[in-house]
Design a protein around this ligand. Structure first.
Ligand SMILES: [Fe+2]
Ligand SMILES: [Fe+2]
Length: 167
C-alpha cells in the first residue's frame, strides 16, 4: 500500500500538537459544582451506612454491620478529600448530604447501597473527564483511587447479594 505523504496542513498541525483531539475546557466553577455533588453523595453514603447498620436485624446482622462500617471509613476519607479540594479551588464545600432512601430489610439495604455505589462510580467517571479538561493531573489520580474504592464496595455488595436467599 502506498504511503500517503501528509499535506502541509497536516504536518503543521502535528508540529503544533494539534492532531490530538482536545476535550472542551472546563471552568473552575463547573468543576467545583461537580465536586460538591460528589461531596453530598459521600455524606449521604456515610449517613446511609450508619443508619442501615443501626437498623439491621436478623441472622446476618453482625456480618452486614461489619461490612457497612468498614465502608464508612473509606467514604469519610473521600468526603475529606473532596471538601479540601473544593476549598482549595476557592469554593464553599457543601454541608448537605443527599437523601438516604429508606430501607427496612437487610436485602433492601444491600440493594440501595449497591445503587449508591454504582451512582458514585458513574459520577466520578464524569468528574475524571472534567479534571482532565481542567488540566489537573493530581485530581485525576486521587479520583481514580476513589473509583477503585467504590468499585471494591460495589463488588463486595454484589457478592453478598449473589448468594442471598432470605427476603
Ligand atoms: Fe466514597
Ligand atoms: Fe463506597
Amino acid at each position: 500500500m502506498p504511503v500517503r505523504t501528509p499535506t502541509q496542513g497536516e504536518a503543521n498541525a502535528r508540529i503544533a500538537g494539534r492532531d490530538k483531539p482536545t476535550p472542551p475546557a472546563v471552568d473552575r466553577q463547573t468543576l467545583i459544582e461537580g465536586l460538591n455533588r460528589d461531596l453530598a453523595g459521600e455524606y449521604q453514603a456515610i449517613v446511609m451506612y450508619i443508619q442501615y447498620s443501626a437498623k439491621l436485624t436478623g441472622p446476618y446482622r453482625r456480618e452486614l454491620r461489619a461490612l457497612f462500617q468498614s465502608e464508612i471509613t473509606d467514604e469519610q476519607g473521600h468526603a475529606q478529600f473532596l471538601a479540601d479540594k473544593i476549598a482549595t479551588l476557592g469554593g464553599e464545600p457543601t454541608t448537605e448530604p443527599g437523601v438516604v432512601p429508606r430501607a427496612d430489610q437487610p436485602r433492601e439495604m444491600l440493594e440501595q447501597a449497591l445503587a449508591a455505589e454504582k451512582r458514585a462510580i458513574a459520577d466520578y467517571e464524569e468528574r475524571l473527564r472534567q479534571a482532565d479538561a481542567f488540566g489537573d493531573v493530581g485530581l485525576r489520580v486521587s479520583l481514580e483511587n476513589q473509583v477503585a474504592d467504590e468499585t471494591r464496595h460495589k463488588e463486595e455488595l454484589e457478592r453478598v447479594l449473589a448468594g442471598w436467599n432470605p427476603r
